[in-house]
Design a protein around this ligand. Structure first.
Ligand code: AMP
Ligand code: GLY
Length: 423
């Protein structure tokens, strides 16, 4: 079978490695992939948002199955376009991807169906938003409605910051169309948990939980990034909490999307905060998280391709989604300056015997040599029987991967270890 994977980051590398375990797959294409993914798939220089070229490529090359991983093509209707030419896909159609594509949609869905989330108000008029902010409790959270590369959320401690953020988004076009509408919501406190779940719109099967580390600096300081590292499982996510999330959040979300005539099929990502009043949804994503996927899939014992096909065919109830015991840790090596401006083009050295443990996110091949090409460059993932061992092994791995301006957080997993020791 010929499978194509849309996207070109560490997440896609993890998906491709896992797919390759299924012997029925004879060829894997990555559109566009990257220099590191090229060791595991045929990379085709077609951008993930170029839906017309993606469908032409699928037709011309007899693609049997497509996995659409990034948010942009999903929201733009890549799955719809591929289905129209008869290519079965893993991923939601645009009508369902809106759960990530519009925060206003997601908040209204949760309010309508009683799914626990932060209290909020939605605005498309700046004057009204500013009036609301005059009395909103602080800190307050301001979110651009649409996709904003993970940067559309501002936590404002003062009224001045809140006003500046709303003005920036709504009048100054900080995030283009994505910021024309905003959600202003209550600030929640508690440990965060990421839960990715397979769903075919009828059945939902959560994957092992994980913990992202979003800030650029140690001790959760510095700017928000796409994620500087992850561990799985997340020790805060106990069985009792998992049960509660299933009843209060996961099943109601699947049912709500069906009731809206927007059945969700694919990987639904729940960004949760475990507050004193119970688990609440911080955000939905319509896709695998990155770098969450880089710790979750290495722990998956069941066959990924079998699960994906079952999701597509609406038979998820028939397949097993089983994870191994133990833990995984992923440490991201990024280019100094990320998530702001950074230099690129530096040689990336990964010892040959370690290549199978490293997911490449931002590197290109230049005359056969890997060179850095992005902010997040590689994810160094280790699986072990215990979390401390997984953390040590991931850092041992990261210490053997080199490029000139590399930096990483040194405390990935420490908060999880503290949670374990508090038990
Ligand atoms: P998002 O892009 O929606 O994942 O938001 C980025 C980060 O902002 C989240 O991972 C949280 O740490 C934080 N955040 C978002 N919404 C809230 C909220 N209502 N209260 C507190 N923190 C939040
Ligand atoms: N790591 C967070 C995300 O994928 O959105």
């Amino acid at each position: 079978m010929k499978v194509m994977v849309i996207g070109g980051g560490g997440r896609e590398h993890a998906v491709i490695r896992k797919l390759k375990e299924n012997p029925a797959i004879t060829e894997i294409y990555a559109l566009p992939g990257n220099g590191g993914i090229a060791a595991d798939a045929v990379c085709v220089p077609i951008g993930a948002k170029d839906i017309a070229s993606i469908t032409s490529f699928a037709e011309a090359n007899g693609i049997d199955y497509a996995v659409v991983t990034p948010d942009d093509p999903l929201v733009l209707g890549c799955v719809d376009a591929l289905e129209q030419i008869g290519v079965p896909c893993f991923g939601p159609r645009a009508e369902a991807a809106i759960i990530e594509g519009s925060k206003v949609f997601a908040k209204e869905l949760m309010q309508k169906y009683g799914i626990p989330t932060a209290r909020c108000a939605c605005f498309d008029d700046l004057a009204e938003a500013l009036q609301y902010l005059e009395t909103a409790p602080l800190p307050t959270v301001i979110k651009a409605d649409g996709l904003a590369l993970g940067k559309g959320v501002v936590i404002a401690d003062t009224r001045e910051e809140a006003i500046a953020a709303a003005t920036d988004m709504m009048r100054n076009g900080r995030f283009g169309k994505s910021g024309e509408r905003v959600v202003i919501e209550e600030f929640l406190e508690g440990p965060e948990v990421s839960v990715l779940a397979f769903t075919d719109g009828k059945t939902i099967k959560p994957m092992v939980s994980s913990m992202d580390h979003k800030r650029a600096g140690d001790g959760d300081t510095g700017l928000n990034t796409g994620g500087m590292g992850t561990v799985a499982p997340n020790p805060y996510y106990t069985e009792a909490i998992a049960k509660r999330c299933m009843e209060e959040i996961f099943l109601p979300t699947v049912a709500a999307m069906n009731a809206e005539g927007r059945p969700f099929k694919g990987c639904l990502y729940f960004g949760l905060m475990l507050t004193r009043d119970g688990p609440k949804v911080i955000e939905y994503n319509c896709r695998f998280g990155d770098p969450e996927t880089q710790v979750v899939l290495p722990l998956l014992e069941s066959d990924l391709f079998t699960i994906m096909r079952a999701v597509t065919d609406g038979r998820l109830d028939e397949v097993e989604v089983r994870f191994r015991d133990g833990a995984a840790c992923c440490v991201i090596l990024a280019s100094a300056g990320y998530p702001g401006a950074y230099d690129k083009g530096f040689p990336l050295e990964i010892p040959a015997e370690l290549r199978s443990q490293v997911y490449v996110a931002g590197a290109a091949l230049r005359n056969g040599q890997l060179v850095t090409s992005g902010g997040r460059v590689v994810g160094c993932t280790a699986v072990a029987d215990t979390l401390p061992r997984a953390i040590d092994a991931a850092y041992a791995l990261a210490d053997r991967v080199h490029f000139a301006n590399a930096f990483c957080r040194r405390d990935i997993g420490q908060r999880a270890l503290r949670a374990l020791s508090e038990d």
